[in-house]
Ligand binder design. Structure first.
Ligand code: FES
Length: 108
């Protein structure tokens, strides 16, 4: 399974294997990574799954994939950056093995 690394705002790293076809939000929630909340369970209705795709992965996964994601990101509690994503919208594929996402200071 692809390995996804979640980096808390304080620098703590969580390495999690996430099944192909699942998404980065669910990988966090199912494995106790508290920096991602995922309140709406991936329904594009909350922005509590906000993350920053690490610079090395920006070309692959650092751009929102829909206008709905872009719009919802505007509701994020923390600063929105060029590589901000809603992690529920990042589908895990074999190509994302090694993905690193950084978590914002807060989701509310
Ligand atoms: S979990 Fe609500 S928008 Fe991602």
């Amino acid at each position: 399974m692809p390995l996804v690394t979640y980096v808390d705002h304080d620098g703590t790293r969580h390495e999690v294997e996430v099944e192909v076809g699942d998404n980065v939000m669910r990988g966090a929630v199912n494995n106790g990574v508290e920096g991602i909340v995922g309140e709406c369970s991936g329904g594009l209705a909350c922005a509590t799954c906000h993350c920053y795709v690490a610079a090395d992965w920006a070309d692959v996964a650092g751009t929102p994939t829909s206008d709905d994601e872009r719009d919802m990101l505007e509701s994020a509690a923390a600063e929105v950056r060029p590589t901000s994503r809603l992690s529920c919208q990042i589908e895990v594929t074999a190509e994302l093995d090694g993905l690193v996402v950084e978590l914002p200071e807060r989701q509310y």
